[in-house]
Design a protein around this ligand. Structure first.
Ligand code: CTP
Length: 405
């Protein structure tokens, strides 16, 4: 799918370079259109190198005082026809005003009028400009016309002020792009509960037991489920990851807290995906004060944590329950044993010792072990792609259960 990314002249223009990368990761072919203002902030060469396409700059349009050139007279029509979506990010107040009024005085604004593709705008500007009635009115007009507006985030602004006006996160922009393109919403109506990340089991106020889980697999499931229309509750141990757009985050620290949070929300869930790397053991005693160095050796007495997956599976009802199995050897044997021991619908097993699988990498190599025996070994895929396959499988099992097969 082809996206024209309109970059306009704001400080946030530099973020558009990273946005191009994120769009490409989602397999979009991106071509960039820059306004004259944008060129004050960034060189077209940056985008040409990233996209592999010629960057359309204001030069191609007839600017005031310059003779119109023939190429510009037809180019915007060609671009308008070949794109599946027009995204303007960042969109300045000035460009929003022109789009709202239908003023076509450069390539980007002309393209807006010439295309029938859906349009998404992600404004970024000073807070006073964002709150100005003129801007509000312009946005209202654009929204009424079906343009999707990705509201800016609040935070520190380049002008030194704090408030709304920062370009929205790439994730929020991507979410709007997917929505505008009417991506499959096959999880609409489902409530997906996802666990993710490691747990931390405290020894004393400064020390704890944990594992190498980054949380990326679970976050990818949450993000994919939200993009497909589900309501998503993400119960997550400590991670360094941003919360995916549109997802309800329930942050927890220990296995005990995770068990309680899952217990609280599971009734609402129609699909449960347990991707967390829950500690199996925790210290019996949590010391109230920092333990002092002294004895030449030290033993920590550990006790089992609650098995959250087993508890959810035991009360699963019509819910689809998916467990993960991180193994370092005899993958199939362990996965099948887990399937036999707990009444889950699907085990997603990965060999974490495999190159390109497991912790701290963006890819994963998994085999799906559904209860109906239709096992599937997947090739090395991005965690997002694995997430999509896991959700596909959960839906397949759900419709199988409904049809009584
Ligand atoms: N899990 C859980 N609660 C625990 C431990 C694990 O809910 N206290 C879940 C994980 O989220 C995962 C699945 O159980 O979905 C399997 O986790 P894994 O660590 O691979 O296996 P274990 O069940 O702990 O079994 P083993 O230690 O034998 O590998």
């Amino acid at each position: 799918m082809r996206i024209a990314l309109g970059v306009t002249g704001g400080v946030a223009a530099y973020k558009a370079a990273e946005l191009v990368r994120r769009l490409q990761q989602e397999k979009f072919d991106v071509e960039v259109v820059m306004t004259r203002g944008a060129e004050e902030f960034l060189r077209p060469l940056t985008f040409a190198a990233l996209t592999g396409h010629k960057v359309i700059t204001a030069m191609f349009a007839a600017a005031p005082g310059e003779p119109a050139n023939v190429e510009s007279a037809i180019e915007h029509i060609a671009v308008a026809q070949r794109i599946d979506l027009l995204l303007v990010a960042p969109a300045t107040a000035g460009v929003l005003a022109k789009l709202a009024a239908g003023i076509a005085d450069d390539f980007l604004t002309t393209l807006y009028l010439a295309t029938k593709a859906p349009v998404v705008v992600a404004p970024a500007m000073n807070i006073n400009m964002w709150e100005h009635p003129a801007t509000r009115e312009n946005l209202g007009r654009l929204r009424a016309r079906g343009v999707r507006v990705v509201d800016p985030d609040e935070g520190y602004l380049a002008c030194g002020m704090t408030g709304a006006g920062r370009l929205a996160s790439h994730e929020a922009i991507l979410e709007a792009v997917r929505g505008a393109l009417n991506f499959v919403r096959d999880l609409a109506g489902e409530v997906v509960l996802v666990t993710a990340g490691p747990t931390c089991e405290d020894i004393d106020p400064v020390r704890y037991l944990t594992n190498r889980s980054s949380g990326r697999m679970g976050y990818a499931v949450a993000e994919a489920a939200a993009a497909r229309g589900a309501s998503v509750i993400l119960v997550s141990g400590p991670t360094a990851l941003p919360t995916p757009a549109g997802v309800e985050l329930v942050p927890v620290r220990s296995a005990e807290q995770m068990a309680r949070a899952v217990g609280k929300h599971v009734d609402r869930a129609t699909i449960v995906v347990m991707a967390a790397a829950v500690a199996d053991y925790r210290p019996v005693h949590k010391h109230a004060q920092k333990m002092k160095r002294g004895a030449p050796d030290l033993s920590l007495q550990l006790e089992m944590t609650p098995d959250i997956l087993a508890a959810v599976a035991a009360e699963k009802g019509r819910r689809i329950v998916v467990g993960f199995a991180a193994e370092t050897e005899r993958l199939a044997e362990h996965a099948r044993r887990k399937l036999a021991a707990k009444p889950v619908d699907l085990i997603v097993a990965n060999d974490v010792s495999h190159h390109g699988a497991g912790f701290d990498v963006d890819t994963n190599v998994v085999t799906l072990f559904p209860r109906d025996g239709r096992e599937k070994a997947l090739p090395a895929l991005s965690k997002r792609e694995v997430a999509e396959r896991v959700l596909d499988e959960a839906l397949r099992l759900k419709s199988g259960a409904r049809n009584g097969s």
